[in-house]
Design a protein around this ligand. Structure first.
Ligand code: NOJ
Length: 555
């Protein structure tokens, strides 16, 4: 395994800025690789596939929650942060994985879910068993209902999963009791961040994982932790930082404390924010020097495949980040959103949770061309690149999962109109043949979500030796991104082009051109084509860049 070890010092111990232009690969452990053959991915499976990740060339792995959880929301309902979910393995497996990955030059990032815990968490069980007014309830948001008999919810806040945000408890006498707040599913009670135990416990959890060698944390729902204790209704407009439960100013104090803790390590640990905020001024507040190191760029991710719309996002991303030290990040998808191959093949190729519907047509060949071009576009931009597992294989969204296989609460809480997020969480295909395409080793088992029968051709093994495959494109792009000094630096300059074509120069000698327009684009003068997302058009003599294609040139 050590043969794949990096020699360029990318993961050298004590390198404190490795992350500023890193490639970070998101592992959804349940669907990555299954070593014990039960149809669910596990940490032993990831360990077996580390050489694949090293070959891909990623700098770090971000694991969606691997802790003990009833999986009411894919692990974002944590019952115990100090234990690995038995379906995924043991704490020893996690420690071995962290160490083995590091031997290959790959760091590990874990997910922290501070807004809520599982309803199976010891604190919540204790709170439920305690009477109203008991201190055990103060770690959460327990409240009497309004109206006669307390039958009405304390507020009319709406959940990001659809529906209300309060569930009523039942007392030991079987009578309806207080209500508790959950901004997501009822199995995810919100924590009360005004309570000192909540802050202390999270700092202890961070230490627990930092001490085990993780390089940083991805912070779930990071702008939601603080709530107005007076529980006002959400109005038409709120002064910045004064919304009842979203992006409140107090939340920053939490990250300031976390940053101090992260900085107390010899190799400072990273804080990566899941911050969905349209207002870029409010967004970059999370990235101030004493807060997080970076946050996901959902603005770019959500935009349609359109030259102007994407250029505008790139411009505003740079402008916003110019005010802070944090690098920009580039994200095409994650475990919550429609896979790019499917999304970019749609008439409306933007992403919005509220717009997801069954039966939205897509042209997968078109989507694949664009997703390849998008991969080169994002990999050419300065900053941190995130890749969601399976995007490097060009996997489409699985849109025809059988109804009984679906698990996502977003689907159920929408009354079944939102297909939910299961379709981007289907177990990866590793080999061309076999009952699970190598996901579960040789086991003839059923994977936790069924894989499409035609995924053999998309398997990693099927793509490995194919020079035109998605996997080869990703491998080459990541390799070049590391090898080319121009792509490692921060220098970026737009190059003038015709409408519908984006072009920018990186450093002294690399130019990226992406053509969104119908007509093949004339390429700027260059001495070599470093990488292209699809074949160039040579019909007119000089090579031109076809529609929905990206190229990296030596200029
Ligand atoms: C964001 C996570 O990415 C998503 O999967 C989860 O459902 C919510 N936060 C709630 O934890």
């Amino acid at each position: 395994m050590h043969s794949a070890q990096r020699t360029d010092g990318a993961a050298a111990h004590g390198d404190t800025s490795w992350w500023r232009n890193a490639v970070i690969y998101q592992v959804y452990p349940r669907s990555f690789a299954d070593a014990d053959g039960d149809g669910t991915g596990d940490l032993a499976g990831v360990r077996q596939r580390l050489p694949y990740l090293a070959e891909l060339g990623v700098d770090a792995l971000w694991f969606t929650p691997w802790y003990r959880s009833p999986q009411a929301d894919g692990g974002y309902d944590v019952a115990d942060y100090r234990e690995i979910d038995p379906a995924f393995g043991t704490l020893e497996d996690a420690e071995a994985l962290i160490a083995e990955a590091l031997d290959l030059g790959i760091r590990t990032i874990v997910d922290i879910v501070p807004n809520h815990v599982s309803s199976e968490h010891a604190w919540f069980r204790e709170a439920l068993a305690a009477p109203p007014g008991h201190p055990a309830r103060d770690r959460f948001w327990f409240h009497d209902g309004k109206g006669p008999g307390g039958d009405e919810t304390p507020t009319n806040w709406t959940s990001s999963f659809g529906g209300g945000t309060w569930t009523r408890t039942t007392g030991p006498d079987g009578r309806p009791g207080q209500w508790y707040l959950h901004m997501f599913a009822p199995e995810q009670p919100d924590l009360n961040w005004n309570h000192p135990d909540v802050a202390a416990e999270h700092e202890a959890v961070l230490r627990f994982w930092y001490d085990r060698g993780v390089a940083g944390v991805r912070i779930d729902s990071a702008s939601m932790l603080a709530k107005d204790a007076a529980l006002p209704e959400v109005g038409e407009e709120h002064a910045p930082g004064r919304h009842p439960h979203f992006d409140r100013d107090e939340v920053h104090e939490i990250y300031r404390r976390w940053r101090k803790l992260a900085d107390s390590y010899e190799e400072p640990r990273l804080l990566i924010g899941e911050v969905w905020l349209e207002d870029t001024d409010r967004f970059v507040r999370y990235l101030r020097d004493d807060e997080m190191h970076m946050a996901f760029n959902f603005d770019f991710m959500s935009r349609p495949w359109d030259a102007e719309r994407l250029a505008e996002s790139i411009r505003s991303t740079f402008a916003a980040h110019a005010t802070v030290a944090a690098p920009p990040t580039w994200v095409l998808s994650n475990h919550d959103v429609t896979r790019p191959v499917t999304r970019y093949g749609r008439e409306d190729s933007s992403f919005a949770f509220a717009d997801k519907r069954f039966g939205t047509p897509t042209d997968l060949a078109l989507g694949a061309r664009r997703a390849r071009a998008a991969a080169l576009l994002t990999a050419a931009l300065p900053g941190v690149l995130y890749i969601y597992q399976g995007d490097e294989l060009g996997l489409p969204e699985v849109e025809d999962l059988p109804a009984e296989a679906r698990e996502d609460p977003m689907h159920f809480r929408s009354g079944g109109v939102d297909p939910g997020r299961d379709g981007c969480r289907v177990p990866l295909p590793w080999t061309a043949t076999g009952p699970t395409f190598g996901f579960s080793g040789g086991a003839d088992t059923a994977t936790w979500l069924p894989q499409p029968r035609d995924w053999g051709g998309r398997a990693a093994a099927s793509q490995e030796a194919d020079p035109d495959s998605f996997l080869t494109l990703y491998r080459r792009a990541i390799r070049l991104r590391r090898a080319e000094p121009a792509l490692r630096g921060d220098a970026f300059a737009w190059t003038e082009t015709t409408p519908g074509v984006l072009a920018f120069r990186r450093g002294e000698d690399v130019t990226c051109v992406v053509n969104f327009a119908d007509a093949p684009a004339v390429l700027p003068a260059h001495t070599a084509v470093l990488l292209a997302s699809g074949p160039l058009d040579t019909a007119a003599g000089d090579a031109r860049l076809p529609k929905d294609t990206a190229v990296w040139l030596r200029t």
